[in-house]
Design a protein around this ligand. Structure first.
Ligand SMILES: NC(=O)c1ccc[n+]([C@@H]2O[C@H](COP(=O)([O-])OP(=O)(O)OC[C@H]3O[C@@H](n4cnc5c(N)ncnc54)[C@H](O)[C@@H]3O)[C@@H](O)[C@H]2O)c1
Length: 268
């Protein structure tokens, strides 16, 4: 029988100063959680802390690619919250270039943030998650690029496929301690920092307006709309819920049916 877990969560969200991380922080705070938002951008952190407007928020300047920085962030959570039972790995970057033009530096940056960063955060947080005294959770943010290849973003796709493998492996290691580890794999959300970056790139590539691009992506989704940030946060919160206690090692498509219905244009 699952122990009672009414205590509010104590969470660290990487990439928590913007986009999906920040939206998840809002959702966790609404449930009474204590939430550390870890981010490399000091300016974004300042704005995010203001927008969250709660004394249960701990802003942490951190770089997920640095073991020392990650360790310090986890120690800060331990000090401020007395422990940690929730880790959401949302920090991420993307890089666009044809295969021939991807420099080693570009490759390393994306793999470091999007894959190594998730590993370092899972590793550093694991001791606290194991001993939290409540069912702990890790949720990693993959992508539709965790499941299918996309041209012009090879490093991102490689990193995001890796996040699924990492999720499943860490899930097995932490399962004996009641810690669940899952991954959400969203299709493009245009409103976040990365989403806006992708939109600008598509505009340059195609000469289309944002409206045309968004209409085109929506038309390729069986449910015929683009996702909102809330669609993704709902999936994250589903895995964080105490009621998801028997789910681990899952990489959940949050894509309006795109990957599972063969409805991508030209394939059906
Ligand atoms: N927006 C989308 O279309 C989309 C789709 C699928 C998956 N995702 C994934 O969702 C996650 C969140 O992305 P988002 O769309 O909210 O983008 P975002 O740019 O709004 O948020 C990402 C945050 O990560 C932070 N960050 C970057 N490098 C960091 C580092 N080294 N250390 C700490 N923080 C760092 C950024 O400062 C930023 O605040 C990413 O992992 C992304 O790959 C996004």
């Amino acid at each position: 029988m699952t122990p009672s877990t009414a205590t509010p969560r104590r969470a660290l969200i990487t990439g928590g100063a913007n986009g999906l991380g920040l939206a998840t922080a809002h959702a966790l705070l609404a449930q009474g959680a204590q939430v550390a938002i870890g981010d490399i951008s000091a300016d974004q952190l300042k704005m995010a802390t203001q927008s969250l407007g709660s004394d249960r928020v701990l802003p942490l300047e951190m770089n997920v690619t640095s073991p020392a920085s990650v360790r310090l962030a986890v120690e800060a959570c331990q000090k401020a919250f007395g422990g940690l039972d929730t880790l959401v790995n949302s920090a991420g970057v993307i890089h666009f270039a044809p295969l021939d033009e991807v420099s080693e530096q570009d490759w390393d940056r994306v793999i470091d943030v999007d894959l190594k960063g998730v590993f370092l955060c899972c590793q550093a947080a694991a001791p606290l998650l194991r001993q939290s005294g409540r069912r702990s959770r890790i949720v990693n943010i993959g992508s539709d690029a965790s499941k299918i290849g996309w041209p012009l973003i090879v490093s991102y796709v490689a990193a995001k496929f890796g996040v699924v493998g990492l999720t499943k492996s860490v899930a097995g290691e932490l399962a004996p301690y009641g810690v669940t580890v899952n991954c959400v794999c969203p299709v493009g959300v245009s409103t976040t920092g990365m989403g806006q970056h992708v939109l600008r790139w598509k505009m340059d590539l195609t000469g289309q307006t944002p409206e045309q691009i968004l209409a085109n992506t929506a038309s390729q989704i069986p449910l015929k709309r683009n996702p909102s940030e809330a669609d993704i946060v709902n999936a994250i919160m589903f895995f964080l819920a105490d009621s998801s206690d028997f789910l681990t090692g899952i990489a959940l498509d949050v894509d309006g049916g795109m990957l599972s219905t063969a409805a991508i244009s030209g394939t059906g």
